[in-house]
Design a protein. Structure first.
Length: 47
């Protein structure tokens, strides 16, 4: 019977989790970056 590559599987799982977290962080950053631009446009229109 072949040995399980537990450490390999664990490492792949950790990398996938970190990548998913990074993508989530990027989406959050982009979402927050869009809001201030819209707010500054609105303040310029009022003045």
């Amino acid at each position: 019977m072949a040995k399980s590559h537990y450490s390999f599987k664990k490492r792949r799982k950790e990398l996938a989790r970190k990548q998913k977290q990074e993508e989530k962080r990027q989406r959050k950053f982009e979402k927050n970056a869009e809001k201030p631009e819209e707010a500054s446009d609105e303040t310029q229109d009022k003045v």
